[in-house]
Design a binder for this molecule. Structure first.
Ligand code: NAD
Length: 377
């Protein structure tokens, strides 16, 4: 089976889908591996590293795409690229299928088997393939580093002959994968950390990291069978805002990570709350790209609101492209290996597999994923 890895073309994307180490494993597994020239550059890998791993380098992107049985990449393709793929080709990447309805239909019409890395079920067995988690983990770390760099104060307490500096107060909203890593990173830097999440199960996880959990009685919140937060009612959102208001005003740093799977994230920090913070304070809105948890945050920009720095940078994992590539690449490999037929040397699409059907979006000219089918058609 011929697996091809095109170079990522999204502006500012330095992560690469396959590292030389994983390339070697794919070749050893029996794949014929084609890599576009310059594919690894963003993460510091040379073409020669891939040649050494057993891959063939190609400078002809169009024929690399059209000749592939399977494409492994990070970002979604353009409609033109889908047009170049042969019918029956398997395409694996982030796809954002809840929002990219046109793309889903283009895949369907072209007869491509599209697999979405966002849709890998969050089960224990699929953790090794879970790119949402691997990238969110790094993003949580980077969010704190960015906040620390922008804050005109230090995070730890410092007792010196010149006086005592109090530790910074950090408030993390949303204690999923990114939030827990943000809490752990801020704690390691010496900050006083408080966090809140609507899923009651997170209170213990927050405390186990040495942070305080903000208790807010929102009534029934719960979580879905997949472990995701349920969307709050407008009354619950308002109650949460009011309960957080004082803590936000006293915080030096607020990191917002609240997401509701498949929906727009809730606005939890309003403009007057931002303005209620001390000038020089910092907010990192990790949800800025998908709609924002903070009123006034701008995707991929840093703005100042009432003297408060509001960072809306997306793709935070891309800031640590080398590690992010290593993790994403392992996620991809683990998925491929799990579905690989060693006798035939090919990736087998099976709707009996325990993980695959959940993340296949289109196959054989149909939208096979019921959730996506219901919203696209
Ligand atoms: P996510 O990115 O969808 O959301 C981030 C966090 O925001 C979540 O913890 C969510 O509860 C929280 N949130 C939503 N609305 C909020 C609000 N109004 N206020 C405060 N917080 C709010 O979540 P995620 O990090 O991708 O994790 C989702 C779930 O999947 C979690 O239960 C996690 O433990 C689980 N998970 C399981 C596995 C596995 O078993 N393989 C792997 C990763 C994650």
């Amino acid at each position: 089976m011929r697996i091809a890895i095109p170079r990522e073309t999204h502006p500012g994307e330095n992560r690469v889908p396959i590292t030389p180490e994983v390339a070697k494993k794919l070749v050893r597994m029996g794949a014929e591996l084609l890599v576009e020239a310059g594919m690894g550059a963003g993460a510091g890998y040379a073409d020669a590293d891939y040649t050494e791993a057993g891959a063939t380098i190609s400078s002809d992107r169009a024929s690399l795409i059209s000749g592939a049985d399977m494409l492994l990449r990070l970002r979604k393709p353009t409609p033109d690229e889908i047009g170049q793929m042969k019918r029956g080709c398997i395409h694996v990447s982030y796809l954002d299928p809840f929002n990219e309805h046109g793309l889903v239909n283009t895949f369907k019409d072209a007869g491509i088997t599209s697999i979405s890395m966002e849709m890998i079920p969050r089960t224990t067995r699929s953790q090794k393939m879970d790119a949402l988690s691997s990238q969110a983990n790094l993003a949580g770390y980077v969010a704190v580093i960015e906040a620390a760099a922008a804050l005109p104060r230090i995070f730890p307490m410092m007792m010196t002959p010149a006086g005592t500096l109090k530790p910074a107060n950090v408030f993390v909203i949303g204690a999923g994968v990114a939030g827990l890593q943000a809490i752990a990173t801020a704690k390691r830097l010496g900050a006083k950390v408080t966090a809140f999440d609507t899923r009651p199960v997170t209170a213990e996880q927050v405390r186990s990291l040495g942070a305080k959990f903000l208790e807010i009685d929102l009534g029934e919140t719960g979580e879905t069978s997949g472990g995701y937060a349920q969307e709050l009612t407008p009354e619950q959102v308002e109650k949460q805002r009011q309960a957080q208001k004082d803590l936000i005003a006293k915080s030096d740093v607020v990191i917002t990570t609240a997401q509701v799977f498949g929906r727009k994230p809730p606005v939890l920090v309003t403009k007057d709350m931002v303005e209620g913070m001390q000038p020089g304070s910092v907010i990192v809105d990790m949800a800025a790209e998908t709609g924002g948890n903070v009123e006034g945050s701008v995707p991929n920009e840093t703005v100042t609101i009432g003297g408060v720095t509001v960072i809306g940078k997306g793709n935070l994992a891309g800031e640590v492209a080398r590690d992010a590539s290593q993790m994403y690449s392992s996620n991809l490999f683990n998925l491929v290996e799990d579905c690989w037929d060693k006798e035939k040397n090919e990736f087998v699409i099976s709707f009996e597999h325990d993980i695959l059907p959940g993340c296949i979006i289109t196959h054989g000219g149909e939208i096979t994923n019921e959730t996506i089918k219901n919203i696209v058609e």
